[in-house]
Design a protein around this ligand. Structure first.
Ligand code: 13P
Ligand code: SF4
Length: 357
């Protein structure tokens, strides 16, 4: 039964003591969140992985790219464990290293590689945290950087100081929403199209580009719509609409605010008057906020519910299994990024951790 599973998790955690730290993303289901030592958004969890003191294992309750990042940033002797190896991210899978290399070769052919008079290179690659370690490594090797949804603007500023334009992957929406907020006009944000060779009209478009977008998206956040926001406003006058910047641009524009999962949490926690919130992000997090802040009315913009199906794959049964493995001195489901990749990826991640607003 579920209660037995929780009992097993608690018992294993107690036996392990400081040997293990459990990190959990805000999108995890409640049955997992209750066992996490630290809960956060993807930026906070990357920081946490780097600063976990003496634990010999970090059990990462989140998705694959987050566990890879934790492995890159944690101490070499610390094992990072992903309780279910099938917990991937469909957005991260939308950019693979071969396509990015191909795109890069085309951009180099178009723009050259020489810095301008101000020392700015033609293109800086920026990868969203939601990407494989190989892509973070690519950014590290090519003067680029990683961003998360909580620091995308700071990171784009960092990139524009060093480059005339940015290649942003995999999430077109985060790239577009952030660049738009910074005043980049839409016509200067073309989308790289692998099937349309450069040159001709698309070449002109690219010559003028400030941000070249990739075609990726999050299947959870792309479900939110302007109609849902209009309906929420009609049914709940005075409602505060907050959405995640992985939502399409018209949705972000129609909302009152957009921000990372941590931003959304803090906005709700900071409201002093009873408020109605319509939230555009993953349902497990929205339901938890509703339970945690009963003085407010909090609901998800999508009435049909939208869980992240891969986050949901971290089930308490897997958590119990990997923890009991550690008790028996067996490391199960270890995520290990080869050092050749990790070395470059760490460069890009540390640029992000050092970039201050
Ligand atoms: P944040 O944790 O940066 O808010 O990102 C949300 C997300 O989609 C993680 O996969
Ligand atoms: Fe990936 Fe979207 Fe799930 Fe985040 S919410 S892990 S971006 S599929």
């Amino acid at each position: 039964s579920t209660e037995e599973l929780h009992e097993r998790i608690r018992a294993a955690k107690q036996t392990l003591g400081d040997r293990v730290v459990i990190l959990g993303h805000f999108y995890q289901r409640d049955e997992i969140v209750q066992h996490a030592d630290f809960l956060g958004d993807s930026f906070q969890l990357a920081n946490a992985a780097q600063t976990v003191p003496n634990a010999e294992a970090i059990v990462f309750c989140g998705v694959h790219f987050m566990a890879e990042t934790a492995d890159i940033l944690a101490k070499p002797e610390q094992a990072v464990i992903l309780p279910n190896l099938a917990a991937g991210c469909s957005m991260a899978d939308m950019a693979d290293i071969d396509s990015v290399e191909e795109c890069w070769a085309q951009l180099e052919a178009l723009y050259g590689t020489e810095p301008d008079a101000d020392g700015r290179v033609p293109v800086i690659p920026v990868t969203y945290m939601n990407s494989s370690a190989a892509l973070k490594g690519f950014c590290g090797r090519h003067g680029g950087i990683v961003c998360t949804s909580s620091n995308a603007e700071t990171v784009l500023e960092w990139a524009f100081e060093r480059g005339r334009r940015v290649l942003f992957f995999p999430d077109q929406h985060l790239g577009r929403n952030t660049a738009k907020k910074m005043g980049v006009p839409l016509e200067r944000m073309p989308m790289w199209n692998p099937r349309k060779p450069l040159g001709g009209s698309s070449g002109d478009e690219l010559l003028d580009a400030r941000v070249i977008l990739w075609h990726g998206f999050c299947s959870v956040h792309k479900r939110f719509s302007v109609e849902q926001i209009e309906q929420a406003r009609a049914e709940h006058p005075g409602v505060r609409v907050i959405v995640h910047p992985e939502c399409p641009m018209p949705v972000v524009d129609a909302a009152d605010e957009a921000g990372s999962t941590d931003y959304i949490r803090k906005a709700v926690a900071a409201a002093t008057e009873p408020t109605t919130f319509a939230i555009g992000t993953e349902i497990n997090m929205v339901n938890r906020l509703a339970a945690e802040f009963p003085q407010h009315t909090i609901f998800c913009l999508d009435p049909v519910v939208c869980p992240c199906s891969t986050m949901y794959r971290i089930h308490p049964g897997y958590l119990a299994w990997v923890l009991e493995g550690l008790v028996a001195r067996e490391v199960l489901n270890r995520i290990e990024v080869p050092e050749t990749v990790a070395e470059d990826a760490r460069v890009a991640l540390e640029r992000m951790l050092d970039a201050k607003p």
